[in-house]
Design a protein around this ligand. Structure first.
Ligand code: PGA
Length: 255
């Protein structure tokens, strides 16, 4: 069993929710609830405009702050984009790359996911890379193929040393925001497919050390069972990360 050796990471993905004032209020409420809970890393990925306030409010707490996306160029004529060095300058430590909503609605491809991931790592950010199959792909029996392909393409050109700063979140697209959580067995199998791909690419030691999260309608009621599975080392949580009382239940389930 290698699960004990891996760090558990519970990360919230706020998506397009909350302004800076609401962000500070949330962190002030959550921080005292996390006192003494050292069994997992706690990360909040928040909208760009909330990042500075979040970093400030999370100082001297055990909450780490992440962005929800990053551009791959250092600077230049890329209207509306944010670079990795802009994020690290204000104290951001994590970034989500390749979320299915970015892939679905904003034209993100395996190629741009790879570029964003590499730019983030080069600037010292920790990356939460999202991979996952759609319902059609699952029905067609292609789930593992999609996971292998997305994982391989996203990690192209990433060294085994850089991989230490990568977390992969298996997020079946059909389970995101739908309330339809994957069964613990299916979630574990998805995470295993990701880990097996990483083993093929980087070897067993690296694969055993990799934190693989599950994401998709995880909440306080289903988290404990999901997190008890061998290949599920944490969660990426959307809806249930927006309310401190709900989010803390998942953090507690990871202890
Ligand atoms: P959900 O979102 O928990 O609301 O399903 C998860 C995610 O998109 O990361």
């Amino acid at each position: 069993m290698n699960k004990e050796k891996r760090s558990a990471v519970i990360a919230g993905n706020w998506k397009m929710n909350k302004n800076p004032a609401e962000t500070v209020e949330f962190i002030k409420a959550l921080a005292p609830m996390t006192d003494g809970l050292n069994g997992c890393d706690i990360v909040l990925c928040v909208p760009f405009v909330d990042l500075a306030a979040a970093v400030e409010a999370a100082k001297r707490t055990n909450i780490k702050i992440g962005a929800e996306n990053v551009h791959y160029e250092k600077s230049g004529a890329f209207t509306g984009e944010i670079s990795a060095s802009m994020l690290t300058y204000i104290g951001v430590e994590y970034v989500i790359v390749g979320h299915s909503e970015r892939r679905q609605y904003f034209g993100e491809t395996d190629k741009t996911v790879n570029l964003r991931l590499k730019a983030a790592l080069a600037n010292g950010l920790k990356v939460i890379l999202c991979v996952g199959e759609t319902l059609d792909e699952r029905k067609a029996g292609k789930a593992n193929e999609v996971l292998t392909s997305q994982t391989t393409k996203a990690l192209e050109g990433v060294s085994v040393d850089e991989l230490k700063n990568v977390i992969i979140a298996y997020e079946p697209v059909w389970a995101i925001g739908t309330g339809e959580v994957a069964s613990p067995t299916d979630a574990d199998l998805g995470n295993l497919a990701v880990r097996t791909t990483v083993e093929t690419l980087y070897g067993k030691v690296a694969a055993d050390a990799l934190t693989v999260q599950y994401g998709g309608s995880m909440n306080g009621d289903n988290a404990a069972e999901l997190l008890s599975r061998e290949n599920i080392d944490g969660g990426l949580i959307g809806g249930a990360s927006l309310v401190p009382e709900k989010f803390i239940k998942i953090i507690k389930a990871a202890q």
